[in-house]
Design a protein around this ligand. Structure first.
Ligand SMILES: Cc1cc2nc3c(=O)[nH]c(=O)nc-3n(C[C@H](O)[C@H](O)[C@H](O)COP(=O)(O)OP(=O)(O)OC[C@H]3O[C@@H](n4cnc5c(N)ncnc54)[C@H](O)[C@@H]3O)c2cc1C
Length: 465
């Protein structure tokens, strides 16, 4: 019988890889093995890292063994669930990857409206399992995103304005801490850790399972799709702002500047109404009259279909780069800046996205959870998508230019899950008033910074101020 506490006698000698393999119930993948090339890949094709070991964990005991191995060898440690984060911190060169993607257990309690979900689930899998009971909770807009990284950073989605962020619906989590203990975090157990997990990312431990509150949703929601041509872009953006800022919490309205395959620039609005369908019709229809679209459709759509609608736009393996910031309002000057900056997009696949937040998200006090940017109304980010490494510089430069053009209109804060490798100032900006408390929590739970391949909250050393 395997002990849950890691106690391997790894010393100063060579890493005992065979010892780790013996301890794991899951597979240990090494360079040269038949599955290594696929195993080291992540969603963002621009991330090209070569870990020394990839441990496919099957339970908390495997995670404990892998953490013990990393600690005793001093090996760099990355943690991967959906492998979807744009920054690619879930893999590393030469280190150990703890991979939870094979941990897909999920169990719904329809009476209590609670779900227990293991960390390797994608949100497509999570949504399918909960919708079988007519239930859902806030998850993002792309089906193969991991629930783990999404929830730990906050978690926006079509239901966010009605029910709060994914992390606002988190009731408890099982966590393996840096010292190899399996603990439960909730409002009554390790409540400081529970606070940090709700937005603080992977800084405090490896979460093996999450428990969420669920809500009756669907099976259909009402979706309004509106497309405008280039000449209408400014008016349509004004219409989007007027409509979305006055919308009830059941509405989630996202928008994007996009390019048709013909090269024509377009603007599109996608409205999702998650309440009763008739009320949704009355709510969405007025958007038509604010600016007449060239194409429109308002129709009930299965919630599951809405949740996977973006999948084709963001397939695994292409190269991606984005740079995000929050807006509180969309002024005429901001509209001009966005439309002008988008016009220089280097490819037809480039987008400039506005994702609506606010509503129930904004009614949680900023210091109640590690996630702090409660006053934001929109997440604004250019997304560059391309395939040829020779185009890296042009695409990344364009996204940075759009970000710079929008900087005067930003709240200054950023969604931690949309951060790339942007430095400590941006991480501080993500956490605002909560940063000092996060550092204190890091000192308590991970003083050696074992979990540092993330948007890192650095622990404070003795004499640092
Ligand atoms: C196309 C696309 C669409 C997106 N849409 C949305 C959206 O609608 N709403 C939204 O909120 N976000 C969205 N995101 C952002 C998404 O929330 C983050 O990329 C998130 O980190 C993905 O989680 P993952 O488990 O797939 O990531 P991974 O890349 O596996 O992990 C990211 C980081 O999270 C940490 N981590 C992962 N698993 C664990 C774990 N089990 N325990 C502890 N730490 C862990 C690690 O630090 C890791 O580096 C989107 C991203 C993409 C690429």
């Amino acid at each position: 019988m395997r002990s849950l506490l890691f106690d391997a006698p790894y010393g100063a000698g060579l890493p005992d890889v065979e010892g780790l393999r013996q301890r794991l119930r899951g597979e240990l993948v090494e360079p040269g093995g038949p599955s290594y090339e696929a195993a080291r890949r992540v969603w963002n094709g621009a991330v090209d890292k070569r870990p020394a070991l990839i441990a496919y964990c099957t339970g908390a005991d495997d995670v404990i063994a892998a953490i013990g191995f990393a600690r005793s060898t001093g090996m760099l440690l990355a943690v991967r669930s959906g492998g979807h984060n744009v920054a690619g911190n879930c893999v590393c060169d030469g280190g150990l990857v703890i991979d939870l993607s094979r941990m897909k257990g999920i169990s719904v309690d329809p009476q209590m409206r609670v779900v227990r979900a293991e960390a390797g689930l994608t949100l497509g899998e999570f949504d399918a399992a909960t919708q079988a009971y007519g239930l859902a909770t806030t998850m993002g807009v792309n089906g193969d995103t991991g629930i783990a990284g999404l929830t730990l950073g906050g978690g926006f989605g079509k239901l966010g304005r009605r029910f709060g962020l994914a992390c606002d619906n988190l009731l408890a989590a099982d966590v393996v801490t840096a010292d190899g203990r399996l603990v439960r975090a909730s409002s009554t157990e390790n409540s400081d850790l529970f606070w940090g997990l709700r937005g603080g990312g992977g800084n405090f431990g490896v979460v093996t399972a999450f428990e969420y509150r669920l809500h009756p949703v669907g099976p259909d929601v009402l979706v309004g799709s509106f497309v405008y041509d280039q000449a209408q872009a400014r008016d349509a953006l004004r219409a989007y702002y007027a409509f979305s800022r006055a919308a009830p919490d059941e509405v989630s309205a996202d928008a994007a500047l996009v390019t048709a395959p013909s090269g024509e620039r377009l603007f599109s609005i996608s409205v999702c109404y998650s309440g009763p369908l008739e009320a949704g019709e009355r709510t969405i229809v007025p958007l038509r009259s604010l600016c007449k679209p060239i194409e429109e459709k308002i129709a009930p759509v299965p919630y599951l279909q809405v949740q996977s609608a973006g999948d084709a736009v963001f397939p695994r393996g292409r190269r991606y780069y984005w740079k995000a910031q929050f807006l509180r309002e969309i002024t005429d000057a901001a509209i001009d800046a966005l439309v002008e900056a988008y016009a220089a997009a280097p490819s037809v696949t480039a987008l400039a996205v506005l994702q609506q937040v606010g509503g129930a998200i904004a009614r949680v006090p900023a210091t109640d959870t590690a996630y702090a940017a409660r006053d934001a109304a929109y997440d604004c980010f250019p997304i560059a998508i391309w395939d040829d490494p020779a185009d890296d510089a042009a695409n990344m430069m364009w996204a940075r230019q759009v970000w710079t053009a929008m900087r005067p209109f930003s709240t200054g804060a950023v969604y931690v899950n949309n951060l790339g490798d942007e430095g400590e100032d941006r991480i501080r900006a993500a956490y605002g008033p909560n940063y000092a408390r996060l550092v204190a929590l890091k000192n308590k739970y991970d003083p050696e910074n074992l979990f540092r391949l993330n948007q890192n909250i650095r622990p404070k050393r003795g004499n640092e101020s």
